[in-house]
Design a protein. Structure first.
Length: 97
C-alpha cells in the first residue's frame, strides 16, 4: 500500500501513483471520485462530489453558504432598486445654485 498523508488520508499524489498499477483493474470513474474527495477535504465549503446518472460530476457548495450568498444577493438587489427609485431629478447643465 502507498504512504498515507498527514491526517491519515491518501493524498492526490498517492492516488495518482496507484493509477499506473491499477489502471486495468480499476474503473477511471472510481479513481477520479476518490481523487476529488481527497482534494475537496482541503476545501470545507464544498460537499463531497456526486456522480450524476449521465456520468457528469457535481461538486455542490455547502447548502448554508448557498443560502447566505442568496440572502446577500437579494439584499443588494433590494438596496439597488430602492436607490434607483430614489434618485434626484437631473438638473440642467446651465443650472446655478
Amino acid at each position: 500500500m502507498t504512504e498515507v498523508g498527514k491526517q491519515g488520508m491518501k493524498t492526490i499524489a498517492d492516488l495518482m501513483d496507484e493509477v499506473e498499477s491499477q489502471s486495468q483493474t480499476r474503473p477511471q470513474e472510481e479513481l477520479l471520485m476518490e481523487c476529488l474527495i481527497a482534494l475537496l477535504k482541503q476545501f470545507p465549503d464544498y460537499t463531497p462530489p456526486r456522480l450524476r446518472s449521465d456520468g457528469g460530476i457535481l461538486i455542490p457548495l455547502d447548502a448554508e453558504l448557498q443560502k447566505s450568498r442568496e440572502r446577500s444577493k437579494n439584499a443588494a438587489l433590494a438596496i439597488k432598486s430602492m436607490m434607483d427609485r430614489d434618485h434626484r431629478p437631473k438638473k440642467s447643465r446651465t443650472w446655478v445654485e
